[in-house]
Design a protein around this ligand. Structure first.
Ligand SMILES: [Zn+2]
Ligand SMILES: [Zn+2]
Length: 179
């Protein structure tokens, strides 16, 4: 997994006329320590920063992740209902793609070179420059299907696995959805 050091990032940002402020560095650190396959929304990032005792206003978090995505430092992943999640961009040419559960946002990553190659071909033909190439496949996860999605699944219900992946600490099993 590729990760920026503070110094390599600083020089890269400086060359693009952007300063790595302490706030931006803190935000970047959260993404650097995120387990592979996890993606954060601006709201989740904001919560984590608060828990770490480094509160940064939600509007600053929004602005910063947007900017980092435009610079190619973060990848923006569009989940269900226009809900954006972010992850660290990888320097590897094997950019990954996502299966996303529209009920619980549970996300599974996969790699596929032919998607990347096809994207590059289209971009070259148009004379554009590629920043990112990602395929998002919208799905219903097996847990939601077993629950009888959509009729018998409350709209706020989250699969236990997606809750578990957001909470690294031990949590009691959630046996029934909230009414
Ligand atoms: Zn991903
Ligand atoms: Zn799900």
């Amino acid at each position: 997994m590729f990760s920026y050091t503070a110094d390599s990032l600083k020089s890269e940002l400086n060359s693009k006329g952007w300063r790595l402020t302490p706030q931006r560095e803190t935000i970047l650190q959260v993404f650097q320590t995120l387990a592979r396959g996890n993606h954060l929304s601006a709201e989740e990032l904001h919560d984590i920063l608060g828990q770490r005792g480094e509160p940064i206003s939600l509007s600053t978090v929004y602005r910063t992740v947007k900017l980092m995505a435009r610079m190619g430092i973060l990848r923006e992943l569009e989940l269900a209902e226009g809900h954006k999640h972010y992850e660290l961009n990888s320097a590897s040419p094997h950019h990954h793609h996502h299966l996303v559960c529209v009920q619980c946002n549970r996300t599974i990553e996969f790699e596929n070179d032919s998607i990347w190659k096809q994207g590059l071909k289209q971009v070259d033909r148009a004379g554009f420059q590629m920043i990112d190439c990602q395929l998002t496949i919208y799905t219903i996860c097996p847990e939601a299907l077993r629950m009888g999605w959509p009729a018998s699944v409350p709209s706020r219900w989250m699969c236990s696995r997606s809750i578990a992946s957001m909470e690294p600490t031990e949590k009691p099993e959630i046996s029934s959805p909230q009414p």
